[in-house]
Design a protein around this ligand. Structure first.
Ligand code: BES
Ligand code: MN
Length: 462
């Protein structure tokens, strides 16, 4: 073990370079971005998996999906097999002018906690890919073998809701068979303070378009009798929440599983400082927190939320004196235990349809639907993981939920026979994933790799 760890530490900068190579590829999986870049990213991941000593490395595609990359090392006879997951696609970069250094030109600067690597995907989730390859190669390049068997699967369409996941897991069920999963796509409790994620929210998302006109027209010549599509959309969007910001769609909040005493106590034990929370989110001083439940932190995985992710009717640049022919928005709801994605989707769609004023034409497109996930942690492997995190970070880890969603987790664990899923990762509250200036704290990236090295070694002793 000493040899492996020394070698890893001596080669850490090489792994940072490997990560930078991945970040340079704009592998945005969204419609309207070049799918060739996601292909190029898959090829770069394929090269990295091969270089790390994995065998049988190949790109897997099914039915028009973005490419997945697979690799394995299965020579640890009689030892457990781990399926290691991460994703190589990223969210759109956002506003160029808000990025301090360009989104796809990785750059290291001092910021919160020390040296951080800035760039889209630096943390979410290209760091997740390199945590796997760095920990694997550290064993294979020193002692020439791994203490456990590993299969690696790197997805290419997580950020758009893993559309092909059911088909994928069914097609490759045998190939993916494993005793446990490690997903490096979650985050830490704080900088230097690791977490084992035991719950995630689900998500439903819709695009809403309201149309009044066949064409955009002069607002002076026609204004008055002609209903305004953008105002109609604002009325609809405004009707989604009450004055406290809570979801107003009948039947939605009713689905939320009530907190029992035990859970309330558990959530109360997780430290949460509102001042820190506000600062981490970047909330302006006079803006209120819309609080529910024991703490704002636990609220992010134990209560639902609704967001308008984007809204469009003309643009700042094109904001002439016009009445827009139509207005568009993307709306999403994060789901918690007991909420049924299909039911929530139906309620959301029907509610929107009832709110449309003045007879405007409504078009709704469903984008994504996946349920909340949570795991029981009584299997002994969870303690092994907590110990490995503690060894890697030198700090006791937290066991908690997170507000994000990873649609792959539930179907993957179920198809493989309810195997345990360990969710870890190198994001922290200052990472700003999905926003501009996403960054990865390099010291925690290192600790995340070390934890995984310990994890492999601890698991082989069982
Ligand atoms: N890594 C995130 C999810 C996450 C973030 C989990 C922080 C735990 C802590 C993941 O890449 C993500 O952003 N997923 C999407 C899924 C969606 C498109 C279905 C999300 O949550 O928006
Ligand atoms: Mn993400």
């Amino acid at each position: 073990m000493r040899e492996v760890i020394q070698y890893f530490e001596a080669n850490f900068n090489k792994h940072v370079e490997e990560l930078k190579t991945l970040v340079r590829i704009p592998s945005v999986s969204f419609d309207g971005f070049s799918p060739d870049e996601v292909k190029r990213s898959a090829k770069a991941v394929e090269v990295l998996l091969k270089k790390s000593g994995l065998e049988n490395v190949r790109i897997l595609e099914i039915n028009g999906s973005h490419p997945y990359v697979y690799g394995e090392w299965l020579k640890a006879k009689g030892k457990p097999t781990l399926l290691l997951y991460a994703h190589h696609d990223v969210q759109p970069p956002g506003r160029d002018e808000v990025w301090v250094s360009p989104a796809f030109e990785p750059s290291i600067r001092k910021a919160q906690g020390g040296d951080r690597l800035f760039g889209r995907g630096s943390a979410d989730d290209k760091a997740g890919v390199v945590i796997h390859t760095a920990s694997i190669s550290s064993f294979l390049e020193t002692i020439g073998s791994l203490p456990v068997n590993v299969k690696v699967i790197i997805e290419g369409e997580e950020e758009i809701g893993s559309h092909h996941l059911r088909e994928f897991v069914n097609t490759y069920k045998d190939l993916l068979q494993a005793d446990a999963l490690i997903l490096t796509d979650a985050g830490n409790f704080d900088m230097g303070v690791p977490a084992l994620t035991v719950a995630l929210r689900g998500i439903v998302a819709v695009e809403v378009e309201l149309r009044a006109l066949t064409k955009t027209i002069h607002s002076g010549v026609w204004g008055g009798p002609i209903p305004d599509s953008a105002i109609a959309l604002c009325k609809v969007l405004g009707s989604l929440v009450d004055e406290k910001g809570r979801i107003k769609i009948p039947g939605v909040l009713e689905q939320v599983r009530p907190l029992d005493k035990k859970e309330q106590e558990e959530l109360n034990r997780i430290p949460c400082n509102e001042k820190t929370f506000r600062e981490q989110a970047g909330l302006l001083p006079n803006v209120e927190l819309l609080k529910e439940g024991p703490s704002v932190l636990s609220q992010t995985w134990r209560f639902p939320s609704i967001t308008v992710n984007a809204i469009q009717a003309s643009s700042r640049k094109q904001s002439g004196n016009i009445i827009n022919d139509s207005a568009w928005a993307k709306v999403s709801i994060r789901l918690v235990p007991d909420m049924d994605p299909e039911k929530v989707l139906k309620l959301l769609q029907d509610y929107i349809a009832r709110q449309v004023p003045w007879g405007l034409e409504l078009n709704i497109k469903v984008e994504a639907a996946s349920g909340a996930w949570s795991t029981d942690t009584s299997a002994p492997i969870f303690n092994v993981a907590l110990n490995a995190l503690e060894k890697g970070y030198g700090v006791k880890p937290f066991k908690l939920g997170m507000g994000g969603s990873i649609p792959f987790v539930a179907p993957l664990t179920e198809t493989l026979g309810n195997v345990p899923a360990l969710l870890v990762g190198a994001e922290d509250p200052y990472t700003n994933a999905h926003g501009e200036n996403e960054s990865l704290l390099l010291s925690d990236f290192k600790k995340a790799c070390l934890s995984q090295i310990y994890m492999f070694s601890e698991l082989s002793k069982r």
